[in-house]
Design a binder for this molecule. Structure first.
Ligand SMILES: Cc1cc2nc3c(=O)[nH]c(=O)nc-3n(C[C@H](O)[C@H](O)[C@H](O)COP(=O)(O)OP(=O)(O)OC[C@H]3O[C@@H](n4cnc5c(N)ncnc54)[C@H](O)[C@@H]3O)c2cc1C
Length: 501
């Protein structure tokens, strides 16, 4: 995508800079004329504003990556995000090629008091990375990754997807724990926390962050690490995109063999109650090397099942011993636990959760799965449409040994993140599928304590709920927010409100 946009922007700049511009106007298609007009847009606070054509031309001239308006080729592709349920149209998209572009975009937004959304990998579940009528700061073109095998450190740009990062790191026998689906973005995932197959062993993605470069709301480029702007570094690890736009991440890497023991074991739904009870008991004794998700789902042939999806972070033979009890949770219809390249394990859910389908998610953290709760969830699931998947995403281990106040990520004691994901393709099925997703989550809701900001539909959360979800870290987060984004330019997120002057 970057090449055509870049070359188009170059043509535009040449055009705008040329003295023959007026002569050429008559031969331009109408869409180019539109681009030379003032543009209606939406302000930071939701009001109607107009962006003067001369200011747009000046922004376009500054952006190395290019500026996209609705009339430009590439605009539609650039505004699309993972969740096809959101069809929002930003007034303009800054397709950034580097920190200088990000800075120019932020300064433009501040000068015009414009609504801003920030797109890293584009996987925001609640569609927060694309805004209606505002400026979308897209980092999708910033895809650089540099691995330093000696220092075991990676430099990652904010448009990088997990699969790209895994591939580069694994080429050197290294890894940083990130998510479980390879097309998810590193940026949003890390800033919100970052749970993955190796997180029980090595911690959250944000626990492996060593430093970040960020363009703050006033356009300053600041570096955050344990020794520089430590307040910001603390806040970035769980406080999401509240403080500015991260233009570079530095991660600690761990040695990890290219082949790990992992894969699914599948049992028919008739055994799901017993399997879930056994799974819950098994989790109590799990070592940090053991990762096992449980999911109630429907196979392509229509069979409802419970799947235990595994990954062992240590040696293959130790993993065989550790996972042996899973095979006895019931009578498996499929047992596919086997030595598998880690990068392959990381793609196992890519198709089910493909880009562009319609999704509705609800989620919350669990500390236990008690038997009556598990039984009633299985019972409810039996009557739900195949669109609904219920996932018990594994947590605990190294994640839980970090003090909740050591980073902005508060929910350290959680043992699982329960997610009800509803997936469909036909927009006509939206209402019925969302209702089914709500039915599933209603069983879980009384048992959850807090939620993962990256996995919920933020539009359904009140500000009071978001505030209390940051727990004992809220006051400190508000202080950092006030320092780096006092006017709340970056508010399309699990918003930390700046302290009022
Ligand atoms: C298919 C799928 C699988 C997932 N699996 C996991 C998983 O295994 N583990 C897990 O922890 N989470 C998982 N998630 C949730 C995931 O963490 C969030 O969706 C996350 O927001 C994705 O980041 P992104 O960069 O792709 O998203 P985007 O939509 O690009 O961004 C989301 C938000 O993050 C902020 N943001 C993004 N980039 C920047 C930046 N550079 N600077 C400042 N703010 C920024 C913005 O507020 C933005 O609205 C999954 C999501 C999906 C859709």
């Amino acid at each position: 995508m970057a090449a055509p946009i870049g070359s188009y922007a170059m043509r535009r700049r040449t055009f705008l800079g040329s003295g023959a511009a007026a002569l050429s106007l008559a031969s331009l298609p109408l869409r180019r004329l539109w681009a030379a007009q003032d543009l209606p847009a939406v302000s930071r606070t939701g009001g109607a504003i107009t962006l003067p054509a001369s200011d747009l031309a000046s922004l376009r001239a500054q952006l190395r990556g290019g500026l996209l308006l609705a009339s430009d080729a590439g605009y539609d592709a650039a505004r699309r995000i993972w969740n096809g349920a959101f069809d929002r149209k930003p007034a303009l998209i800054a397709h950034c090629a580097g920190a200088a572009d990000v800075r120019a975009a932020i300064e433009f937004a501040r000068a015009h008091d414009l609504l801003v959304s920030v797109r890293g990998g584009g996987h925001s579940i609640s569609g927060q990375s694309v805004c209606e009528g505002g400026l979308m700061i897209s980092l999708a073109g910033m895809r650089g990754i540099r691995i330093d095998p000696e220092a075991r450190v990676a430099r990652v740009e904010p448009g990088v997807l997990l699969g790209e990062f895994d591939r580069e790191a694994q080429a050197f026998g290294l890894v940083t724990p990130a998510g479980t689906v390879s097309h998810t973005g590193v940026a949003g995932l890390t800033l919100g926390g970052g749970f993955g197959r190796l997180a029980r062993r090595y911690g959250l993605a944000c626990d492996n962050l060593l430093s970040a470069d960020l363009v703050a709301a006033d356009g300053r480029l600041v570096r955050a690490s344990a020794t520089e702007n430590a307040d910001l570094f603390w806040a970035l690890r769980g406080g999401g995109g509240n403080f500015g736009v991260v233009t570079s991440f530095e991660f600690r890497l761990h040695r990890s063999p290219p082949v790990l023991l992992g894969g699914p074991v599948i049992f028919p739904l008739a055994q799901a109650r017993d399997v879930l009870r056994a799974y819950s008991d098994f989790a109590g004794d799990a070592t940090d090397d053991m990762y096992a998700d449980a999911a109630l789902t429907t196979l392509p042939d229509g069979q409802k099942v419970i799947v235990i999806d595994t990954c062992y972070a240590g040696a293959i033979d130790a993993g065989e011993k550790a996972f042996a009890p899973i095979r006895k949770f019931g009578k498996p219809m499929v047992d596919a636990i086997a030595p598998t390249p880690y990068v392959t394990l990381q793609t196992s859910s890519d198709k089910v959760l493909a880009v562009g389908r319609h999704y509705y998610l609800k989620a919350g953290f669990l500390r236990t799965i008690d038997a009556p709760f598990g039984d009633s969830l299985v019972e409810e699931f039996a009557s739900l449409p195949p669109a609904v998947i219920v996932i018990f995403a594994d947590a605990g281990g190294a994640i839980s040994r970090v003090d909740p106040t050591a980073t902005a990520f508060w929910h350290r004691p959680a043992r699982w993140n329960i997610v009800t994901a509803t997936v469909w393709d036909n927009p006509a099925d939206t209402e019925s599928n969302m209702a089914a997703g709500r039915r599933a989550y209603a069983i879980a809701e009384p048992h959850v304590k807090g939620f993962y900001v990256n996995d919920v539909n933020l539009a359904e959360q009140s500000q009071a709920k978001i505030d209390s979800n940051y727990g004992g870290n809220l006051a400190r987060l508000a202080k950092v927010k006030t320092k780096y984004d006092p006017a709340n330019l970056f508010h399309l997120n699990a918003n930390v409100m700046p302290a009022r002057a």
